[in-house]
Design a protein around this ligand. Structure first.
Ligand SMILES: [Fe+2]
Length: 354
C-alpha cells in the first residue's frame, strides 16, 4: 500500500484509517501471514516500489508506505511511542543524522548489515545505513569546456567568471558539499571559496540540478554542479524528451579525482525508535542491502550501490570512474549548519553582482 501525501493532514487521516485495517488483516490471518512493515519515506514511490515488491514476493511480508516530501520527522516525533512507523527512508546523510539527533531512531547491531554496507556509509552507532550513493559532480559544456578534470576548489577561479550555474546554495545537496569543504579545509577557506564561486555565477541560483544542464545547453553558462543520477534521468527521459538534449550538452567531470576524491552522499534507512514490527523491518533492511536489491536500485535509480559486490548500471559506468571522497559522512551532519550559515553570510543566493 502506498499513500502519497499532498498534505500532512490528509496523510494522517489516510494512515489512521488504513493502518489499523492492515494490522487487523494481519492479525486475523496470523497463522499463515508473515506480517508487515510500515515505512515513512521521503523517497518517491516509483523509486522504492520495485524493491518492496521484490521483498514481499520473497518473504510474504507486506509493506505499507507513507510518502511525503517533507514533515515525516515531525510526524514521527508527534506520534511518539504510538507511531506505526518501523522504518524511515530518506536522502542525505545530514537528514539521517537529524532523525538520529532528534531521538527518532534506534541503534541496530546486525552482522548482515555490517557485512554488506561499508563502514563509511553507515552511522558508527548503527542508527542509520546508506543504501545508495550519488556524487555531486561538475556538469561541463561539451562544446565550450576543453578540460577533462577539475576540482571543487577551482570553481572559485576567476577564469569561470559569469560562466557558472548552480541551484540555491541552501539546498541540502549544496550545504552537504560545502560541509565537506569546511571539514577538509576549515571555515575561513570555505567562506573565501564560497565568495569566489558566487562571483563566478552567471545569474542568481535557481531551479534544480537539471535546470543547470538546461542552461548549459542554451549557452547561459559553461559549468554547473549537479548530482550524477540526474544525468541518467535527463538522458532517458521519454516524458520530457527535451531533457535528452540537455544531457547531451554536458559531460560529467568528477571533481578532485586526482586527490581526495569526489563528494558523495547517500540515500538510506533508519529503524524508527518505537518500531512495532522490528523483526520484519530488520528483514527488509537486510534485503535492501543484499545483492538482489542493490541490483534493482542500481538499475532503477542509476545511483551507485553501497554493496561493493554490485556494479553500477551501464549508463553510470559510461560516465567514468567515481573515486569517492573517504571523509566519514557524519562530517556532513557536523558542518551542515555552519555551511548554511556561510551561504547566508556571503549572500550567495542573491547572485553574482550583490
Ligand atoms: Fe535529487
Amino acid at each position: 500500500m502506498i499513500v502519497t501525501l499532498g498534505a500532512h493532514r490528509a496523510a494522517r487521516a489516510v494512515v489512521r484509517l488504513a493502518l489499523p485495517l492492515a494490522l487487523l488483516t494481519a492479525g486475523v490471518t496470523a497463522a499463515g501471514a508473515q506480517g508487515e512493515v510500515n515505512i515513512y519515506s521521503y523517497r518517491e514511490p516509483q523509486l522504492i516500489d520495485p524493491l518492496l515488491k521484490a521483498f514481499t514476493d520473497k518473504t510474504g511480508i507486506k509493506t505499507n508506505v507513507v510518502y511525503a516530501s517533507a514533515g515525516l520527522n515531525e510526524r514521527l516525533a508527534a506520534e511518539g511511542q504510538n507511531s506505526p512507523a518501523d522504518l524511515l527512508f530518506t536522502v542525505d546523510a545530514g537528514r539521517l543524522s537529524e532523525a538520529k539527533d532528534a531521538g527518532l531512531t534506534q541503534p541496530i547491531d546486525d552482522a548482515v548489515l555490517k557485512g554488506t554496507i561499508p563502514a563509511q556509509y553507515r552511522d558508527p552507532a548503527g542508527h542509520w545505513f546508506g543504501l545508495t550513493m550519488r556524487s555531486r559532480v561538475v556538469y561541463a559544456s561539451r562544446e565550450r569546456v576543453a578540460q577533462d578534470a577539475i576540482t571543487y576548489e577551482e570553481l572559485a577561479d576567476p577564469k569561470w567568471k559569469g560562466k557558472l550555474c548552480i541551484r540555491s546554495g541552501q539546498h541540502v545537496y549544496n550545504t552537504s558539499l560545502i560541509a565537506t569543504i569546511i571539514a577538509h579545509k576549515g571555515e575561513p577557506f570555505a567562506e573565501a571559496w564560497l565568495k569566489g564561486v558566487k562571483a563566478n555565477l552567471a545569474h542568481k541560483p535557481a531551479g534544480g540540478d537539471r535546470e543547470q544542464a538546461r542552461d548549459i545547453y542554451s549557452g547561459k553558462c559553461d559549468i554547473a554542479l549537479g548530482n550524477t543520477y540526474y544525468m541518467a534521468l535527463m538522458a532517458t527521459n521519454e516524458k520530457n524528451p527535451e531533457q535528452k538534449a540537455w544531457a547531451k550538452a554536458i559531460k560529467p567531470l568528477f571533481p578532485n579525482a586526482d586527490d581526495r576524491g569526489s563528494h558523495i552522499n547517500i540515500s538510506g534507512m533508519a529503524m524508527a525508535k518505537h518500531a512495532p514490527n522490528k523483526a520484519n523491518a530488520l528483514k527488509l533492511m537486510e534485503f535492501l542491502a543484499s545483492e538482489d536489491a542493490q541490483k534493482i536500485y542500481a538499475l532503477a535509480n542509476n545511483e551507485y550501490p553501497v554493496n561493493p559486490n554490485v556494479e553500477p548500471a551501464e549508463i553510470v559506468k559510461s560516465w567514468g570512474t567515481l573515486k569517492p571522497d573517504p571523509l566519514p559522512l557524519e562530517n556532513i551532519a557536523k558542518y551542515r549548519k555552519k555551511a548554511s550559515e556561510l551561504v547566508d553570510k556571503v549572500n550567495f543566493d542573491a547572485g553574482p553582482s550583490s
